[in-house]
Design a protein around this ligand. Structure first.
Ligand SMILES: C[S@@+](CC[C@H](N)C(=O)[O-])C[C@H]1O[C@@H](n2cnc3c(N)ncnc32)[C@H](O)[C@@H]1O
Length: 236
């Protein structure tokens, strides 16, 4: 289906607010859910004047790739600056780099080797981070919607990403696995729905980084939240 479970939506929104990318690629846009999330939380959220609401004021470069042309409607045409029609595994070679690349519920449609090659290419095209979502324990199913691009061909888990340097992995409600592959030198996002998560600079940043290094992001965040008596999410 050109859609997916909703569990990752608030986390993707939070990650976008943590990383503040200026360019995003959405691979396998389907109905366009992540296009909405990107536009709403990067371009509309900080609106200061209602007259700046229109797409001519949007600053994020948002591109998408979609293999099923029937799924593309004026809805997505409005949200995305460019939609590349065709297969991600070849289209990606001709694209520029992006701060963040999102691929939600697409990986399971590839045979394992081709999926691995695509993830590596996405990683090479990302300046900050690749975010992947997929159903854990996905079962093979060749006849979804009579669309070959919807067939379930592979199952993935945390071990499939062990060759990457900085991997964050979380399973949501047992239904959606979420992976962040962060590029060297970049701060890994915390996979939390909280909007309190953001990279800190100056002396706060140094303290946050040290705490996260020693305790891990989750325990460090819990400790400073207790002390401050409000929710704080440390990303290092
Ligand atoms: C399950 S839907 C997910 C849609 C959306 N990303 C979401 O999470 O709601 C998978 C989408 O990926 C597209 N797709 C599958 N294989 C693809 C490929 N090789 N290249 C580009 N798009 C592909 C399908 O056409 C479909 O729109």
């Amino acid at each position: 289906m050109p859609t997916s479970t909703p569990y990752a939506v608030p986390i993707v929104a939070s990650v976008l607010r943590q990383l503040r990318p200026t360019s995003v690629l959405d691979v396998g846009i389907g109905f366009g859910k992540y296009g909405f999330v990107v536009r709403e939380y990067l371009d509309v959220w900080d609106l200061a004047d209602y007259r700046d609401y229109g797409s001519d004021q949007w600053r994020t470069r948002l591109e998408g790739i979609e293999a099923t042309p029937e799924y593309i409607t004026p809805l997505q045409e409005y949200l995305y600056d460019t939609i590349h029609r065709g297969e991600a595994q070849t289209i990606i070679d001709g694209l520029r780099r992006f701060d963040v690349i999102i691929m939600g519920d697409v990986l399971e449609h590839f045979e394992k080797d081709e999926g691995r090659r695509l993830v590596r290419k996405l990683y090479e095209h990302a300046d900050s981070c690749v975010l992947l979502m997929f159903p854990p324990d996905c079962e093979r199913n060749e006849s979804v919607l009579h669309n070959p691009y919807e067939s379930h061909r592979s199952a993935w888990n945390r071990r499939d990403f062990s060759s990457y340097e900085n991997v964050t992995y979380r399973v949501l409600e047992g239904r959606t696995a979420m992976v962040a592959l962060t590029r060297p030198g970049c701060v890994a996002p915390v996979l939390t729905p909280s909007f309190a998560g953001r990279a800190r600079t100056g002396w706060r940043g140094m303290v946050a980084k040290s705490l996260v290094r020693v305790m891990g992001a989750r325990r460090a965040s819990a400790m400073v939240s207790r002390v401050a008596r409000r929710k704080i999410v440390l990303t290092g």
